[in-house]
Write a protein that binds this ligand. Structure first.
Ligand SMILES: [Cu+2]
Length: 145
């Protein structure tokens, strides 16, 4: 019992500075977010946005989530005329720089969706950073241009 009490006290001491730290490091800003409406009969869609790091240190994105679908970061490369998508395990946004996720390039892939995305919907995307911070962006759904 005594050990438990000590552990709790220890947790309280380290959690307090962490909370303050998190508020200071939300250097990541998102803009121009949008998601594609699902094509008929397709369980996949994609989302795009610009991520800007306004801070002095690189920001690493380790995960992206959305309710009702499996979301992941994908790169797209042209392999001798064949477009290939690859899972990107983590994405680094360098200090004072932006990374653009756009069509036919780096993108957020949405798979195994519970329901198709329709133009006019809003898709919430939550990014998890390596320091534990999260950033949630609401991406409007638009018909594919
Ligand atoms: Cu993809």
């Amino acid at each position: 019992m005594k050990l438990h009490y000590k552990l709790l006290t220890f947790a309280a001491i380290i959690l307090l500075p962490l909370a303050v730290h998190a508020a200071e490091t939300t250097a990541l800003k998102a803009s121009d977010a949008w998601a594609t409406a699902s094509l008929k009969g397709s369980e996949t869609a994609a989302a795009y946005l610009t991520l800007e790091n306004t801070g002095d240190k690189p920001v690493t994105i380790t995960d992206v989530d959305t309710p009702g679908a499996h979301a992941m970061l994908h790169s797209m490369t042209n392999d001798n005329g064949v477009m290939r998508m690859r899972h990107v395990d983590h994405l680094v946004v360098p200090a004072h720089q932006s990374v653009k996720l756009e069509q036919h390039a780096l993108h957020i892939m949405l798979m195994h969706m519970d329901a198709p995305l329709k133009a006019g919907d809003t898709l919430p995307l939550t990014f998890t950073l390596s320091n534990g911070d999260t950033l949630t962006v609401n991406a409007p759904v638009k018909a594919q241009p």
